[in-house]
Design a protein around this ligand. Structure first.
Ligand code: ZN
Ligand code: ZN
Length: 553
């Protein structure tokens, strides 16, 4: 009896221990499995080079960029791993965790070789704009072939976790939010000055968006743009008056101050706001309204908010990397970020949200400025190039229409014509590669065969291959010399595989994120798998990046 009792007791104890062990392991496993932020905020700053963090550091306050740098995790050596470094592909790659090779957004605009037409990355003729009288704002994410982490969060939460995408640019709102988003809103300038969407998401704007639009928010930003601080303290940029800047129509020189109310009529109405720091401010105002009205991050089910600040890109294109206008834009963006973070602290709670900030590409210093500093750079004339190539092909094959299209530094050949003339595609490609490599300012030329069959592990060839989509890309892929652009002689642009275009900030902050920094090279495609791993959700279906486990707490 006593033996039996001790046996039963022993069994009970054992059982109890086992249960303790199970519950112990369970809590341990739960803390390791995933973080549970109420809200993930993905911020993209359009055209932000990495060195804008360091160059303007002394001008930033403690609540904006510096808060993310000092209290979050700073990946200092973060790069794009494909070309071309444009806005559409950039936003798609950040949120899908893969490159154009898989998500299919090979550029902003590309040549559809099957339908023989130019297409836009967010264009969709099957939908209509909502909230705009315009006939052109027909937008959806349907050309993007893979899912974003926001899509995976929607699936994981039985569609209970919301997704809202916001930007000045349609593609900056639509591609990050993904296919299953509740809404994507972008800014319609011209004579409207409103945030709008498309019938892909809804049939009518919600009340809070209508209220925002009738509040005359856009009108209030038609004010004077002067430097926030004394212009003489802006020692991190070139002189205000120089020959490398575009400026606004209706004002002779590209110098401060700019009176937007008087310049508006000559610069496409409300579109002028986009090209000033006030574009960032109105996006911040709108994002704050979205957080409040959509109750983002209020319950325990993770929501996703994506905010893309497009205005720095417009300012950079107009005034260039080294301008006072760019410096002022970042000083003011820092203040808008501070304002946004304070609302997140208040409405969602300190430590309750996870945030990252990155950019969709960098930018080149204005080549004419670089030339003045003896740095190799220049301008490439696409039209002259086509004339030269067509003349060569006529000499070689007695046909003047072998090139169907030149787009995004790729040549699309006329396959029907090749067939008619009994010309072998690979042979024609080989001839073109060996011809074009001789042209001025052309650095490298490859055929689609090389992209399909090559096994590259580093360098520009890897970037080209990651940007090459078999069904959407061209037959010949060209690379121009470093800092050689097809662009006006004023202002900056982007698109190359050079470091000034690939090197962008990557800052993580908040729930589940360590404090720290790294100089280890990270890739833009690592962001989405890292956020997915943090949340414990399925990775975006085409994701090819790595989880940055060192940023996760
Ligand atoms: Zn961009
Ligand atoms: Zn741009």
């Amino acid at each position: 009896m006593r033996f039996l009792l001790s046996l039963v007791l022993g069994f009970l104890l054992l059982n109890c221990n086992a249960q303790n062990n199970i519950s112990e392991t369970k809590t341990q496993t739960e803390t390791v499995l995933n973080a549970t932020p109420k809200l993930v905020v993905g911020i993209v700053v359009d055209q932000m080079r990495y060195d804008y963090l360091t160059r303007f550091y002394s001008k930033y306050g403690n609540g904006g960029f510096k808060r993310l740098i000092n209290d979050g995790y700073n990946c200092k050596n973060n790069h794009y791993n494909y070309v071309p470094t444009y806005t559409g592909p950039g936003h798609a790659s950040i949120f899908t965790g893969t490159s154009p090779k898989n998500h299919g957004i090979i550029a902003n605009y590309w040549y559809d070789k099957f339908n023989k037409e130019d297409v836009y990355c967010a264009g969709d003729s099957s939908v209509v704009p909502v909230g705009s009288a315009s006939k052109s704002e027909r937008m959806s994410p349907y050309r993007m072939k893979t899912t974003t982490f926001a899509d995976e969060n929607r699936l994981f939460t039985q569609m209970k976790g919301k997704t809202i995408g916001i930007s000045i640019k349609d593609r900056g709102a639509i591609l990050p939010a993904g296919h299953s988003a509740n809404a994507a809103y972008w800014f319609r300038g011209r004579d409207e000055g409103n945030f709008i969407t498309s019938s892909y998401y809804m049939d009518n704007l919600p009340k809070w968006v209508q209220d925002f639009n009738v509040s005359n928010a856009a009108e209030s930003y038609l004010r004077e743009w002067n430097t926030l601080y004394d212009i003489n303290t802006y020692t991190e940029s070139g002189s205000d008056l120089n020959t490398f800047e575009g400026g606004f129509k209706g004002k002779e020189q590209a110098i401060f101050p700019y009176d937007l109310a008087t310049l508006k009529d000559k610069n496409r109405g409300f579109d002028i706001i986009k090209a000033t720091p006030f574009g960032n401010s109105i996006v911040t105002d709108f994002a704050i309204q979205a957080i409040i009205a959509e109750e983002l991050g209020l319950d325990s089910i993770t929501d996703v908010l994506t905010v893309s600040f497009s205005s720095p890109d417009y300012v950079g294109h107009n005034f260039g990397v080294n301008s006072k206008e760019v410096e002022d834009t970042y000083i003011r963006l820092d203040k808008d970020l501070d304002r946004l973070f304070k609302v997140l602290d208040e409405k969602v709670g300190v430590g309750q949200y996870t945030l990252f900030l990155t950019a969709d590409h960098g930018a080149v210093d204005v080549p004419s400025y670089l030339q003045s500093a003896k740095i190799p750079s220049g301008y490439f004339d696409n039209d002259a190039f086509k004339v030269q190539l067509d003349a060569f092909l006529f000499e070689e094959f007695r046909a003047s229409d072998l090139v169907e299209k030149i787009s995004n530094d790729q040549i699309f050949l006329n396959k029907n014509r090749l067939k008619q003339l009994n010309l072998n595609l690979e042979n024609v490609q080989y001839v073109i590669v060996n011809e074009v490599i001789n042209y001025k300012n052309i650095d490298k030329v490859y055929s689609s065969q090389t992209m399909q069959n090559g096994a590259f592990h580093s360098g520009i060839e890897t970037l080209l291959q990651n940007g090459y989509h078999q069904k959407r890309s061209g037959d010949i892929i060209m690379v121009k010399d470093p800092a050689v652009i097809s662009y006006s002689k004023t202002g900056s642009t982007h698109g190359s595989g050079s470091n000034f275009d690939t090197h962008v900030p990557l800052l993580f902050y908040g729930n589940g994120i360590k404090k720290g920094s790294t100089l280890t090279k990270t890739k833009i495609t690592d962001i989405a798998p890292t956020i997915s791993a943090l949340l414990g959700i399925s990775f975006p279906n085409g994701s090819t990046g790595n989880v940055l486990d060192f940023v996760i707490d």
